[in-house]
Design a protein around this ligand. Structure first.
Ligand SMILES: [Zn+2]
Ligand SMILES: [Zn+2]
Ligand SMILES: [Zn+2]
Length: 277
């Protein structure tokens, strides 16, 4: 987007041409032309310097959003690094208040004012400037002083929530690293056996949970999940760890033999050892 600031039909040699211009910048055409003419007057060097500064800003923004994404992927708050509470459409850090926030696409929102009146919107944005912006029909329909806002309501249609729930289930359902069976199938079968045992007055099998194994076959620690001890053992027989790393018998949290990607506190080995102690 920033690159388009340099959109210009004719320019000094060696400067890339950006013909496309965002609708917002097009509205500021005059200002852009003026800036460019100042820069061109000052010569190619200034223009190049400005372009490098823009490139750098874009790169830095990309780097920091990549860092944020990595942290969020691991369920961590990008601001303070603590565990996030994850819900269907939002993640919340109860420690520092950081949130991701997705508004309903179908249901919409409404701002309720202190005097009880209601302003319906397609989307609402809480700006830093002490105002709430209402968007309706793709334009800002109201700018409301936060002091006048009693509360903001979001309407979620059941079909949108269900769609997301289903998508979430598909994305998060794990698969056994050995036999490739999806965990939700394994879990459903387990529940069925527990039910049958109950009916037959037999002792039910213990609660099912995937077996989590951390191991480093090279420089990096990896995470593997298995549906059963049988699959876990088959994997370990097939892939023995190297001599200097006894990952299969050593819990991850206090190991520093490999580069860590995960803290490893959910490791099944750790749980087994804690049961033994
Ligand atoms: Zn936080
Ligand atoms: Zn398996
Ligand atoms: Zn290790």
């Amino acid at each position: 987007m920033l690159r388009r600031l340099f959109s210009r039909e004719k320019g000094p040699e060696g400067i890339e041409q950006y013909k496309e211009r965002s609708p917002v910048l097009a509205d500021h055409g005059e200002a852009v032309e003026e800036t460019l003419s100042v820069l061109t007057r000052e010569g190619k060097r200034t223009l190049n310097e400005a372009r490098e500064a823009v490139e750098k800003a874009v790169q830095e923004a990309a780097r920091s959003s990549l860092r944020d994404l990595r942290l969020m992927e691991e369920g961590r708050c990008p601001d303070c690094g603590r565990k996030l509470h994850q819900y269907l459409f939002t993640s919340i850090c109860s420690h520092c208040g950081w949130t991701t926030f997705i508004m309903p696409e179908k249901g919409g929102a409404a701002v309720y004012l202190n005097d009880g009146s209601k302003i319906p919107c397609q989307a609402v944005f809480d700006t830093k400037g002490g105002y709430v912006l209402c968007v309706a029909n793709d334009v800002i329909s109201a700018r409301i002083d936060k002091k006048n806002v009693a509360h903001i309501e979001f309407t979620w249609r059941p079909e949108e929530v269900n769609e997301r729930r289903e998508q979430h289930r598909r994305e998060t359902r794990g698969v056994c690293h050995w036999c490739e069976k999806p965990f939700d199938e394994v879990y459903a079968e387990h529940l069925k056996r527990v039910e049958e045992a109950k009916k037959a007055d037999r002792e039910p099998e213990k609660a099912w949970a995937p077996i989590i194994v951390y191991a480093a076959f090279g420089v990096y620690q990896n995470r593997y999940e298995f549906c059963s001890e049988r699959c876990e053992n088959a994997f370990k027989r097939q892939y023995p760890v190297r001599v200097h790393k006894n990952c299969y018998d050593r819990p991850c949290p206090d190991c520093n033999l490999c580069i860590k990607r995960y803290e490893g506190y959910d490791e099944t080995l750790l749980k087994r050892l804690e049961i033994v102690v």
